[in-house]
Design a protein around this ligand. Structure first.
Ligand SMILES: Cc1cc2nc3c(=O)[nH]c(=O)nc-3n(C[C@H](O)[C@H](O)[C@H](O)COP(=O)(O)OP(=O)(O)OC[C@H]3O[C@@H](n4cnc5c(N)ncnc54)[C@H](O)[C@@H]3O)c2cc1C
Length: 402
């Protein structure tokens, strides 16, 4: 039996940020339990690696606050810890009048959230930033940055360890039960007893929360995002980051171009229902988890919306037909040819869906007397991870150190 004051389940950017901030603020004996042998194996290491400065989110929302603060703090953190991070700026391109009108909304949000921006009103102005991008207008946010998310997660873990946190890798928590004082956690490597708990298990956070009767009105629906890489000899077609104009009805930003800190240019992600929470290949199926999604009332209600159904169909096509993916890519950069795109990695988003069929778009955590369950560390969760983790650490510290 292993004992600590706090167990944090999940060694992604959220769990490790909570660990770092708890260790900085308190004398608590903190443990992180991560099921994989390598950190950043899921969302925190399988993403676009973009720091979103906060123009995409409604003023006053948690997302806006965490993203704006998170971008600035993470740049400083990367500088301090020697993590690759490049402030390349992002170009959000409008290809028709409707999209152009939405750029004004982005500008208003940027203004209210204190994010630097510039509106570009012609193809020529766009091409001064990105010589191969196509559009009739664009929104440019110079503060957006590209970061190596895997190195960031490892830096957080290193720092947490230096502050006295024990990071257990290869410890999968199979069962959480309430004990006389706190919680009993059964793991693949033995039992833990802890007075306090943070559940930051990403794609599996709802399953663990449900075991102790928390968040039963929600379920994670896994959405896979697939990437292609632009062949190195054609990577000059994107110098920074190029995004389509976002649809405010959807939680996903749409297929975009990202120049990574290693110089690779990736295109993606799409957003297609994954047939399992870790079904990274479009031929992978986890029958139990697929059934769990298909029989979830919230998922069926979500699909009853005509918009969601048409988006689901279009995204599915981008997964199985490269031509469709290439067409979405060419809308932003017409010179990109299908043969310039090579299949790359995929990530799976833990999209929380409520029982009434709503996609939960804001970060969500549920507090108990001696626990915090992070049910929705929604994108831009990487960008937000320093202030978000700090906030959760403060909430937990207030409970256990009084
Ligand atoms: C395709 C994609 C693109 C994205 N792009 C961006 C972007 O450009 N910018 C941005 O800011 N955000 C982006 N995001 C969002 C961001 O990656 C996530 O919000 C963030 O990584 C969530 O971190 P996390 O720690 O909650 O989850 P995770 O990184 O998934 O960590 C959870 C950890 O818990 C572990 N775990 C799960 N179950 C158990 C268990 N039972 N026992 C022990 N351990 C367990 C897992 O192994 C995992 O390591 C993207 C996400 C995806 C999927």
């Amino acid at each position: 039996m292993m004992r600590h004051d706090v167990a944090i389940v999940g060694g992604g950017c959220v769990g490790l940020s909570v660990a770092k901030h708890l260790a900085e603020r308190t004398d608590l004996d903190v443990a992180v339990l991560e099921k994989e042998h390598h950190l950043a194996s899921h969302q925190s290491g399988r993403n676009s690696g973009v720091l979103h400065p906060g123009f995409n989110y409604p003023p006053g929302s948690k997302k806006a606050r965490f993203a704006t603060e998170g971008t600035a703090r993470m740049k400083a953190y990367c500088e301090e810890h020697d993590i690759p991070c490049e402030e390349l700026g992002v170009l959000v391109v409008a290809t028709d009048d409707e999209e152009e009108a939405r750029l004004d909304e982005l500008a208003e949000q940027a203004e209210a959230n204190g994010v630097a921006y510039e509106l570009l009103d012609s193809r020529e102005a766009i091409r001064e930033h990105e010589p191969h991008a196509e559009g009739q207008a664009a929104f440019h946010a110079p503060e957006a940055a590209s970061v190596d998310s895997e190195q960031y997660v490892y830096a957080l873990a290193r720092e947490a360890r230096e502050l006295g946190v024990t990071v257990y890798t290869g410890y999968e928590v199979s069962q959480i039960e309430e004990a006389a004082e706190g919680y009993r956690l059964d793991t693949s490597n033995g039992r833990f007893e802890v007075p306090s708990l943070v559940n930051a298990a990403g794609l599996h956070a709802d399953t663990l929360a449900h075991q102790v009767g928390v968040g039963e009105e929600y379920q994670v629906v896994p959405f896979r995002g697939e990437y292609y890489e632009v062949r190195p000899e054609r990577a000059h077609l994107c110098e920074t980051m190029i995004y389509p104009t976002p649809n405010p009805e959807l939680p996903f930003l749409g297929v975009h171009y990202t120049r990574r800190t290693d110089g690779k240019v990736i295109v993606g992600p799409n957003a297609v229902l994954a047939f399992g929470r870790e079904a990274y290949d479009n031929t992978d199926i986890n029958p139990r988890e697929l059934l769990e999604t298909l029989t979830y009332g919230g998922f069926r209600r979500l699909l009853a919306s005509p918009l969601m159904l048409s988006v689901a169909w279009a995204e599915l096509n981008k997964s199985y037909r490269k031509g469709k993916f290439a067409a979405a890519s060419q809308k932003l950069v017409p010179d990109v040819r299908a043969e310039d795109l090579e299949k790359s990695y995929a990530g799976i988003r833990a999209q929380l869906v409520s029982a009434d069929g709503e996609l939960v778009k804001e970060p969500l955590f549920v507090e108990r007397e001696d626990a915090v369950h992070v049910l929705n560390a929604v994108s831009p969760g990487l960008t937000s991870s320093l202030p978000f983790g700090e906030h959760i650490a403060e909430r937990l510290a207030a409970k256990v150190t009084v």
